[in-house]
Design a protein around this ligand. Structure first.
Ligand code: G6P
Length: 470
């Protein structure tokens, strides 16, 4: 059973008033959906709409169990504590986190609701896999209700260093909440180490390497499981005739330029969209790219639009794109083709196929699955990936052209290097990265996590490290 804040589908109201289910945004859903399709089980989550009391239902073969959130809970639990406190705090304080006691109270209430629902429907001895920063109290709450369950937790976003985490007034409760799980998974091993160190310092439990020993005799393992994508599925889509045709159409619609650069992100201040567009515009201004034969396509998927920091970001990007195109564009030839919209997988695959250079420049990112999707779609071993060293994916995609998004001149130089690279160099890098995402796809990620969870046993007495499966 999966427990995540969002269901894999969102309920949307069309202009004619009719309602429809649409795929939810973000990396968590794109990763977990294929995993759930190949396993039986239920998915507990929110439908994305205030006060939605929809009964459990089956959508496209998936058993979905909605948990309702009121308008006030959306403001305090979702937009407030999850995305106004935890999200910026866990992403290196790129924006200033706000701490409000009412937001915390709502976080506790909503986490309890998710735990109650999971406890109600989980079969005896079932495996429950809880996801992400919105639900960090659920493991402990669920264990209290159902000690028979095997509980795993995976954090999709970074886990911050102790110096930042300690700002949180409720730091101890969050750590204890996570310790309700048998296995706590992170994207990177540094995050798991941060967690174990904090548990030792703040909660006072005994720890040894990646294990925490609880006073009740349980052992909790904290380890890294870098998430991935449905690599074969993306490649198959990319090879399809309709995606090939669509990619050609996209290039033609852009005026058949020599170079297409591409950015695809949720419109989020962690993604480094602003410095990326500035870097590119300066390259155009300096004459390194010519607006008549190159274009930067930036897709920004609307996200968390009522949260103040996201509104400010949207205005900033709108203004920047307007200024760049106004100053440097020509009739029918913008410097930046900016799309504020969400696209289905098919269109994304066509964009990846159409792009010569993919530019991904987050200030901090748990993984960044777009980077892996681009690689999966480049079965021709062509295309250049420019990737921030602060994305989790940089750990595995070492052959990408890596940049520091805080260093605009460095980023400009690296984008130019990628643009002027020879075919052989690009093929060598892309082949190596394709090997990585082929060998390590989302199915193997889920298998590794679930196998490790199955191997975790409560120990009484002498601590024993559960066998780490390879
Ligand atoms: C990231 C988070 C997910 C979240 C997604 C979309 O991928 O890790 O937990 O669901 O962004 O954000 P949203 O706030 O729209 O659910």
């Amino acid at each position: 059973m999966i427990v995540a804040n969002r269901l894999p589908v969102d309920r949307v109201t069309l202009p004619d008033g009719s309602k429809q289910w649409r795929r939810s945004p973000g990396g968590l859903v794109s990763a977990m959906e294929p995993v759930m399709r190949s396993n039986d089980g239920a998915w507990i989550g929110w439908t994305g709409v205030a006060g939605d009391e929809t009964e459990p239902f089956v959508d496209d073969g998936l058993s979905l169990v909605p948990v309702p959130l009121s308008e006030q809970e959306i403001q305090e639990f979702y937009e407030g504590f999850s995305n106004g406190t935890l999200w910026p705090l866990y992403h290196d304080v790129v924006a200033k986190p706000e701490f409000h006691r009412e937001w915390w109270d709502s976080y506790v209430t909503v986490n309890q609701r998710f735990a109650d629902r999971a406890a109600e429907i989980a079969a005896e001895g079932a495996t429950v896999w809880i996801h992400d920063y919105q639900l960090q109290l659920v493991p402990q709450m669920l264990r209290e209700l159902r000690p028979d369950l095997r509980i795993g937790f995976f954090l999709h976003i970074p886990f911050p260093p102790g110096e930042l985490f300690q700002q949180l007034p409720w730091r101890r409760q969050i750590l204890e909440g996570l310790l309700g799980a048998d296995l706590v998974g992170f994207q990177l091993s540094g995050a798991a180490q941060n967690f174990v160190r904090l548990v030792r310092q703040r909660v006072g439990h005994k720890t040894h390497r990646d294990l925490v020993y609880l006073p009740d005799g349980r052992t909790v393992l904290a380890a890294a499981f870098p998430i991935s994508i449905d690599t074969a599925g993306f490649e198959e889509l990319a090879r399809s005739e309709s995606v090939t045709e669509r990619a050609a159409q996209i290039r033609a619609a852009l005026g058949s330029p020599k170079k297409v650069l591409l950015g695809i992100d949720r419109l989020d201040y962690t993604k480094g969209i602003y410095p990326r567009l500035r870097a590119y515009s300066e390259l155009v201004k300096d004459g390194h790219f010519d607006v008549t034969d190159s274009v930067f396509v930036q897709v920004a998927t609307p996200s968390r639009e009522r949260v103040e920091q996201y509104r400010v970001l949207r205005d900033d990007i709108d203004r920047l794109v307007g200024r760049i195109n106004g100053d440097l564009g020509r009739i029918g030839q913008p410097v930046i083709a900016y799309l504020h919209s969400a696209y289905p997988r098919h269109e994304m695959a066509a964009l990846y196929r159409a792009a010569d250079i993919m530019v991904i420049t987050p200030y901090r990112d748990g993984m960044n699955l777009v980077a892996k999707e681009y690689v999966a779609c480049r079965y021709d071993n062509d295309g250049a990936l420019v990737l921030s060293e602060f994305a989790g994916a940089a750990n595995e995609l070492r052959q990408a052209w890596q940049i520091n998004p805080y260093d605009i001149n460095g980023m400009k130089a690296t984008i130019l290097e990628a643009a002027h690279s020879d075919e052989k160099d690009r093929a060598r890098r892309m082949k190596a990265m394709r090997k990585t995402v082929t060998e390590h796809d989302v199915a193997s990620w889920a298998n590794d996590f679930l196998a490790e969870l199955a191997a975790v046993r409560p120990t009484h007495g002498k601590p024993v490290r559960p066998a780490r499966l390879s």
